[in-house]
Design a protein around this ligand. Sequence first.
Ligand code: MG
Length: 256
Amino acid sequence: MTSPRNAIAAHRGGAREVAENSRAAFRHAIALGTDQVEFDLHRTRDGALVVLHDATLDRTTTGTGPVGARTLDELRAFRLRDRPEETVPTLDEVLDILAPSPIGLRIEIKPGPYFERYEGIEAALVTVLRERGLLSRSVVSSFLLPILEAAASAGAPHLLWLVAPLVQASVGRPERLAALARDSGVGELGLHIDHLDANLVAATRATGLELGAWAAHEDAQIEKALALDLAVFTTDRPKAALAARAARLAGARAGR
Ligand code: MG
């Protein structure tokens, strides 16, 4: 997806500003005027696509055990720990909130608790996005290349490989990361902000891939992401990031 530089994506809707992956968080991201919003996708035992981060319910909800072991009806009985008036939202409920706004979508397909893939989740997501006319507005992401390959086969046009620091260190040169990405039909790399520098940005850019950062949450990480002039970065603090970007722009205009 082509976007202006330094696009800001509200990670899990802005996890340090509102309860992560909640309806309130997605409304918050829109109200701020955030460029993009990131959220995570799992699948219930009866095939419903639902939005939460972990493969298990324990940390963020009143439920326990793997998301994939529960039916949607069972999930409806649990509350979000940080926002008890809410349940785990379905993908449809989240898209109902986001679709009327111009916000870009970054949808991370998660595996189960043992990194096992949810059979067919990629095609199910692409079908929903296509039916709603949201496919071109959506970047589908994963840490796992086989998930991205399945999403590419299903017709997702914009794919982002989230590169874990261990994988980045294992693969080594950015050209090799880029080659792996291309082999899987991926057009964008996402690296942890603490594992990026100007040389790596230049080398990755030379491969023709888009480059973004994830986990830019602290002030210094946000400033670093802005200084690197990336395509996009993901942050738990979209309000703070938008303010930091505006301050930099104002400073540049004032010739500071
Ligand atoms: Mg995510």
